[in-house]
Ligand binder design. Structure first.
Ligand code: PHE
Ligand code: FE
Length: 300
Protein backbone atom coordinates (compact mmCIF):
# COMPACT_ATOMS: atom_id res chain seq x y z
CA UNK A 1 0.00 0.00 0.00
CA UNK A 2 1.43 3.35 -1.02
CA UNK A 3 0.80 6.39 1.12
CA UNK A 4 -0.78 9.37 -0.57
CA UNK A 5 2.17 11.58 0.34
CA UNK A 6 4.54 9.27 -1.57
CA UNK A 7 2.31 9.47 -4.62
CA UNK A 8 2.23 13.23 -4.38
CA UNK A 9 5.98 13.62 -4.27
CA UNK A 10 6.38 11.16 -7.15
CA UNK A 11 4.05 13.29 -9.22
CA UNK A 12 5.91 16.44 -8.22
CA UNK A 13 9.01 14.95 -9.78
CA UNK A 14 7.21 14.25 -13.01
CA UNK A 15 4.37 16.73 -13.53
CA UNK A 16 3.30 15.14 -16.80
CA UNK A 17 1.71 12.32 -14.85
CA UNK A 18 3.80 9.52 -16.31
CA UNK A 19 3.41 6.33 -14.31
CA UNK A 20 6.18 5.83 -11.81
CA UNK A 21 4.75 2.67 -10.28
CA UNK A 22 2.78 4.29 -7.47
CA UNK A 23 -0.87 5.21 -7.16
CA UNK A 24 -1.49 8.61 -8.72
CA UNK A 25 -3.23 11.53 -7.11
CA UNK A 26 -6.50 11.73 -8.98
CA UNK A 27 -9.06 14.44 -9.26
CA UNK A 28 -12.00 14.62 -6.88
CA UNK A 29 -11.07 11.80 -4.52
CA UNK A 30 -10.17 11.77 -0.87
CA UNK A 31 -7.41 10.43 1.31
CA UNK A 32 -7.55 6.84 0.20
CA UNK A 33 -5.19 5.93 -2.66
CA UNK A 34 -6.77 4.12 -5.64
CA UNK A 35 -6.90 0.36 -5.19
CA UNK A 36 -5.22 -0.84 -8.41
CA UNK A 37 -1.64 -2.09 -8.71
CA UNK A 38 0.18 0.75 -10.43
CA UNK A 39 3.50 -1.06 -10.27
CA UNK A 40 2.23 -3.34 -13.07
CA UNK A 41 1.44 -0.47 -15.44
CA UNK A 42 3.53 0.99 -18.24
CA UNK A 43 4.63 4.63 -18.44
CA UNK A 44 1.35 5.60 -20.11
CA UNK A 45 -0.57 3.81 -17.31
CA UNK A 46 -1.84 0.98 -19.53
CA UNK A 47 -1.35 -2.58 -18.35
CA UNK A 48 -2.35 -6.14 -19.22
CA UNK A 49 -5.94 -7.10 -18.53
CA UNK A 50 -4.91 -10.40 -16.84
CA UNK A 51 -8.12 -12.07 -17.93
CA UNK A 52 -6.97 -15.42 -16.50
CA UNK A 53 -6.76 -13.73 -13.11
CA UNK A 54 -10.54 -13.28 -12.83
CA UNK A 55 -12.23 -15.87 -10.62
CA UNK A 56 -15.55 -17.59 -11.33
CA UNK A 57 -17.05 -15.31 -8.66
CA UNK A 58 -15.73 -12.24 -10.55
CA UNK A 59 -17.39 -13.40 -13.79
CA UNK A 60 -20.59 -14.17 -11.92
CA UNK A 61 -20.63 -10.71 -10.32
CA UNK A 62 -20.15 -9.11 -13.73
CA UNK A 63 -23.06 -11.14 -15.12
CA UNK A 64 -25.35 -10.15 -12.26
CA UNK A 65 -24.45 -6.46 -12.63
CA UNK A 66 -24.97 -6.66 -16.38
CA UNK A 67 -28.33 -8.43 -16.14
CA UNK A 68 -29.73 -6.05 -13.55
CA UNK A 69 -28.72 -3.08 -15.65
CA UNK A 70 -29.67 -4.31 -19.12
CA UNK A 71 -33.19 -5.07 -17.88
CA UNK A 72 -33.69 -1.37 -17.08
CA UNK A 73 -32.56 0.19 -20.34
CA UNK A 74 -35.84 0.23 -22.26
CA UNK A 75 -37.46 3.64 -22.08
CA UNK A 76 -34.56 5.08 -20.06
CA UNK A 77 -31.40 4.70 -22.17
CA UNK A 78 -30.96 6.39 -25.54
CA UNK A 79 -31.35 4.24 -28.65
CA UNK A 80 -27.72 4.69 -29.65
CA UNK A 81 -26.75 2.95 -26.40
CA UNK A 82 -29.36 0.19 -26.63
CA UNK A 83 -28.35 -0.49 -30.24
CA UNK A 84 -24.72 -0.99 -29.20
CA UNK A 85 -24.90 -2.79 -25.86
CA UNK A 86 -24.86 -6.21 -27.55
CA UNK A 87 -21.36 -5.44 -28.83
CA UNK A 88 -20.04 -6.23 -25.34
CA UNK A 89 -20.86 -9.87 -26.09
CA UNK A 90 -22.14 -12.48 -23.67
CA UNK A 91 -22.47 -11.29 -20.08
CA UNK A 92 -21.54 -14.75 -18.84
CA UNK A 93 -17.92 -13.64 -18.55
CA UNK A 94 -16.04 -10.37 -18.22
CA UNK A 95 -15.20 -9.48 -21.83
CA UNK A 96 -11.67 -9.85 -23.14
CA UNK A 97 -10.44 -6.37 -23.98
CA UNK A 98 -8.49 -7.47 -27.04
CA UNK A 99 -11.55 -9.08 -28.69
CA UNK A 100 -13.63 -5.99 -27.91
CA UNK A 101 -10.91 -3.75 -29.33
CA UNK A 102 -11.00 -5.70 -32.58
CA UNK A 103 -14.72 -4.98 -32.96
CA UNK A 104 -14.32 -1.35 -31.96
CA UNK A 105 -11.41 -0.80 -34.29
CA UNK A 106 -13.53 -1.96 -37.21
CA UNK A 107 -16.52 0.18 -36.18
CA UNK A 108 -14.96 3.52 -35.21
CA UNK A 109 -11.20 3.08 -34.91
CA UNK A 110 -11.29 2.98 -31.10
CA UNK A 111 -9.66 0.41 -28.80
CA UNK A 112 -10.02 -0.37 -25.12
CA UNK A 113 -6.84 -0.61 -23.04
CA UNK A 114 -6.52 -1.90 -19.47
CA UNK A 115 -5.44 0.43 -16.66
CA UNK A 116 -4.99 -0.23 -12.91
CA UNK A 117 -7.77 2.26 -12.05
CA UNK A 118 -8.06 6.04 -12.02
CA UNK A 119 -5.16 7.70 -13.79
CA UNK A 120 -3.91 11.29 -13.84
CA UNK A 121 -5.72 13.69 -16.13
CA UNK A 122 -2.91 14.16 -18.64
CA UNK A 123 -2.45 10.43 -19.11
CA UNK A 124 -6.21 10.05 -19.54
CA UNK A 125 -6.48 12.86 -22.10
CA UNK A 126 -3.53 11.49 -24.00
CA UNK A 127 -5.11 8.03 -24.34
CA UNK A 128 -8.45 9.48 -25.45
CA UNK A 129 -6.75 11.66 -28.04
CA UNK A 130 -5.32 8.41 -29.48
CA UNK A 131 -8.76 6.78 -29.54
CA UNK A 132 -7.73 4.40 -26.74
CA UNK A 133 -10.26 4.16 -23.94
CA UNK A 134 -8.82 3.21 -20.53
CA UNK A 135 -10.82 0.49 -18.78
CA UNK A 136 -10.12 -0.51 -15.18
CA UNK A 137 -9.07 -4.15 -14.98
CA UNK A 138 -10.47 -5.08 -11.56
CA UNK A 139 -14.07 -5.73 -10.61
CA UNK A 140 -15.74 -4.48 -7.41
CA UNK A 141 -16.31 -6.72 -4.38
CA UNK A 142 -19.66 -8.51 -4.00
CA UNK A 143 -20.57 -6.18 -1.13
CA UNK A 144 -20.19 -3.25 -3.55
CA UNK A 145 -22.92 -4.63 -5.83
CA UNK A 146 -25.03 -1.48 -5.44
CA UNK A 147 -22.36 1.16 -5.12
CA UNK A 148 -18.64 1.41 -5.73
CA UNK A 149 -16.65 4.60 -5.12
CA UNK A 150 -14.06 4.18 -7.85
CA UNK A 151 -14.88 3.10 -11.40
CA UNK A 152 -14.40 -0.65 -11.92
CA UNK A 153 -14.47 -2.85 -15.01
CA UNK A 154 -18.27 -2.97 -15.00
CA UNK A 155 -18.74 0.81 -14.94
CA UNK A 156 -16.05 1.37 -17.54
CA UNK A 157 -17.22 -1.33 -19.96
CA UNK A 158 -20.98 -1.20 -19.58
CA UNK A 159 -21.18 2.56 -19.12
CA UNK A 160 -18.63 3.85 -21.61
CA UNK A 161 -17.82 1.33 -24.30
CA UNK A 162 -21.17 0.92 -26.13
CA UNK A 163 -21.28 4.56 -27.26
CA UNK A 164 -17.72 4.30 -28.59
CA UNK A 165 -19.40 2.26 -31.36
CA UNK A 166 -21.37 5.40 -32.33
CA UNK A 167 -19.34 7.41 -34.89
CA UNK A 168 -20.39 10.87 -33.70
CA UNK A 169 -19.90 10.11 -30.01
CA UNK A 170 -16.60 8.38 -30.81
CA UNK A 171 -15.36 11.58 -32.46
CA UNK A 172 -16.52 13.65 -29.48
CA UNK A 173 -14.50 11.52 -27.08
CA UNK A 174 -11.34 11.92 -29.14
CA UNK A 175 -11.90 15.68 -29.44
CA UNK A 176 -12.37 15.79 -25.68
CA UNK A 177 -9.00 14.09 -25.15
CA UNK A 178 -7.21 16.52 -27.45
CA UNK A 179 -9.05 19.38 -25.75
CA UNK A 180 -7.88 18.04 -22.40
CA UNK A 181 -4.23 18.24 -23.36
CA UNK A 182 -4.85 21.85 -24.34
CA UNK A 183 -6.77 22.58 -21.13
CA UNK A 184 -3.82 21.26 -19.10
CA UNK A 185 -1.56 23.80 -20.76
CA UNK A 186 -4.10 26.55 -20.07
CA UNK A 187 -4.72 25.34 -16.49
CA UNK A 188 -8.41 24.99 -17.21
CA UNK A 189 -8.84 21.30 -16.46
CA UNK A 190 -11.47 21.91 -13.82
CA UNK A 191 -13.74 23.67 -16.33
CA UNK A 192 -13.23 20.90 -18.86
CA UNK A 193 -13.78 18.18 -16.24
CA UNK A 194 -17.23 19.61 -15.60
CA UNK A 195 -18.04 19.18 -19.28
CA UNK A 196 -17.03 15.52 -19.04
CA UNK A 197 -19.06 15.06 -15.90
CA UNK A 198 -22.26 16.61 -17.24
CA UNK A 199 -22.03 14.93 -20.67
CA UNK A 200 -20.00 11.71 -20.78
CA UNK A 201 -20.89 10.68 -17.21
CA UNK A 202 -24.31 12.19 -16.52
CA UNK A 203 -25.73 13.43 -19.82
CA UNK A 204 -29.37 13.18 -20.85
CA UNK A 205 -30.76 13.46 -24.38
CA UNK A 206 -34.10 14.84 -25.52
CA UNK A 207 -35.54 12.40 -28.06
CA UNK A 208 -38.92 12.15 -29.85
CA UNK A 209 -39.85 9.43 -27.34
CA UNK A 210 -38.86 11.54 -24.31
CA UNK A 211 -35.77 12.10 -22.18
CA UNK A 212 -33.19 9.34 -22.33
CA UNK A 213 -29.80 8.80 -20.66
CA UNK A 214 -26.48 8.59 -22.48
CA UNK A 215 -24.07 9.28 -19.57
CA UNK A 216 -22.02 6.32 -18.34
CA UNK A 217 -22.41 7.19 -14.66
CA UNK A 218 -26.16 6.95 -15.08
CA UNK A 219 -26.26 3.94 -17.38
CA UNK A 220 -24.08 1.85 -15.08
CA UNK A 221 -25.96 2.83 -11.91
CA UNK A 222 -28.78 0.70 -10.57
CA UNK A 223 -30.69 3.59 -9.02
CA UNK A 224 -29.66 6.73 -10.87
CA UNK A 225 -30.96 5.59 -14.26
CA UNK A 226 -34.58 5.83 -13.13
CA UNK A 227 -33.85 8.85 -10.93
CA UNK A 228 -32.24 10.89 -13.71
CA UNK A 229 -34.99 10.31 -16.24
CA UNK A 230 -38.13 9.97 -14.12
CA UNK A 231 -37.74 11.60 -10.69
CA UNK A 232 -39.25 15.04 -10.08
CA UNK A 233 -36.38 15.87 -7.68
CA UNK A 234 -33.46 16.89 -9.93
CA UNK A 235 -33.53 19.77 -12.36
CA UNK A 236 -32.97 19.05 -16.05
CA UNK A 237 -31.55 21.97 -18.00
CA UNK A 238 -30.78 22.53 -21.66
CA UNK A 239 -27.13 22.01 -22.64
CA UNK A 240 -25.16 25.26 -22.28
CA UNK A 241 -21.38 24.98 -22.55
CA UNK A 242 -20.37 27.98 -20.43
CA UNK A 243 -23.04 27.23 -17.85
CA UNK A 244 -21.68 23.69 -17.49
CA UNK A 245 -18.09 24.89 -17.17
CA UNK A 246 -19.16 27.02 -14.21
CA UNK A 247 -21.21 24.36 -12.44
CA UNK A 248 -19.79 22.33 -9.56
CA UNK A 249 -20.85 18.72 -9.16
CA UNK A 250 -21.38 16.13 -6.47
CA UNK A 251 -19.42 12.90 -6.52
CA UNK A 252 -21.13 11.14 -3.61
CA UNK A 253 -24.86 11.40 -4.34
CA UNK A 254 -27.29 11.40 -7.25
CA UNK A 255 -26.88 14.58 -9.30
CA UNK A 256 -29.17 17.48 -8.54
CA UNK A 257 -28.81 18.87 -12.07
CA UNK A 258 -28.64 17.07 -15.41
CA UNK A 259 -27.97 18.81 -18.72
CA UNK A 260 -29.93 17.77 -21.79
CA UNK A 261 -28.61 17.62 -25.37
CA UNK A 262 -30.73 17.13 -28.52
CA UNK A 263 -28.25 14.88 -30.29
CA UNK A 264 -24.60 13.88 -30.33
CA UNK A 265 -24.26 16.16 -33.35
CA UNK A 266 -25.37 19.13 -31.25
CA UNK A 267 -22.84 18.15 -28.56
CA UNK A 268 -20.03 17.77 -31.07
CA UNK A 269 -20.79 21.06 -32.82
CA UNK A 270 -21.23 23.03 -29.58
CA UNK A 271 -17.83 21.87 -28.33
CA UNK A 272 -15.95 22.29 -31.63
CA UNK A 273 -14.97 26.01 -31.20
CA UNK A 274 -11.67 26.99 -29.60
CA UNK A 275 -12.16 26.88 -25.82
CA UNK A 276 -9.32 29.26 -24.98
CA UNK A 277 -11.45 32.47 -25.06
CA UNK A 278 -14.27 30.58 -23.35
CA UNK A 279 -11.97 29.53 -20.48
CA UNK A 280 -10.92 33.15 -20.12
CA UNK A 281 -14.51 34.33 -19.96
CA UNK A 282 -15.55 31.63 -17.51
CA UNK A 283 -12.60 32.43 -15.24
CA UNK A 284 -14.12 35.87 -14.64
CA UNK A 285 -17.55 34.51 -13.72
CA UNK A 286 -18.42 33.05 -10.34
CA UNK A 287 -18.94 29.31 -9.91
CA UNK A 288 -22.42 27.87 -9.66
CA UNK A 289 -23.54 25.35 -7.07
CA UNK A 290 -24.65 21.93 -8.26
CA UNK A 291 -28.31 22.73 -7.63
CA UNK A 292 -28.40 26.40 -8.63
CA UNK A 293 -30.99 27.74 -11.12
CA UNK A 294 -30.40 30.74 -13.39
CA UNK A 295 -33.13 32.83 -15.08
CA UNK A 296 -31.50 31.96 -18.42
CA UNK A 297 -31.74 28.18 -17.85
CA UNK A 298 -33.91 26.24 -20.27
CA UNK A 299 -35.85 23.89 -18.01
CA UNK A 300 -37.11 20.46 -19.15
N1 PHE B 1 -12.96 22.68 -28.84
C1 PHE B 1 -12.25 22.35 -27.62
C2 PHE B 1 -11.01 23.22 -27.44
O1 PHE B 1 -10.70 24.01 -28.27
C3 PHE B 1 -11.85 20.88 -27.63
C4 PHE B 1 -12.94 20.02 -27.14
C5 PHE B 1 -13.79 19.35 -28.02
C6 PHE B 1 -13.13 19.85 -25.80
C7 PHE B 1 -14.81 18.55 -27.55
C8 PHE B 1 -14.13 19.04 -25.33
C9 PHE B 1 -14.98 18.39 -26.19
O2 PHE B 1 -10.34 23.12 -26.44
FE1 FE C 1 -16.82 6.88 -16.05
Amino acid sequence: MVALTDATSALDIDPRGVNSGVAPVTYGHGERPPRGDYAQARGDYTCEQDWAGYSAADHDLYRRLYERQVAQLKGLACNEFIDAIGQLGSPAQIPRFDALSEKLRRATGWQVVAVPGLIPEEAFFSLLSQRRFPVTGWIRKPEEFDYVVEPDVFHDLFGHVPLLFNPMFADYMQAYGAGGLKASRLESCENLARLYWYTVEFGLMDTPAGLRAYGAGILSSAGELRHSVLSSEPQRLGFDLERIMRTRYKIDSYQSTYFVINSFKQLFDATAPDFEPIYERVADLHELLADERLPTDRVF
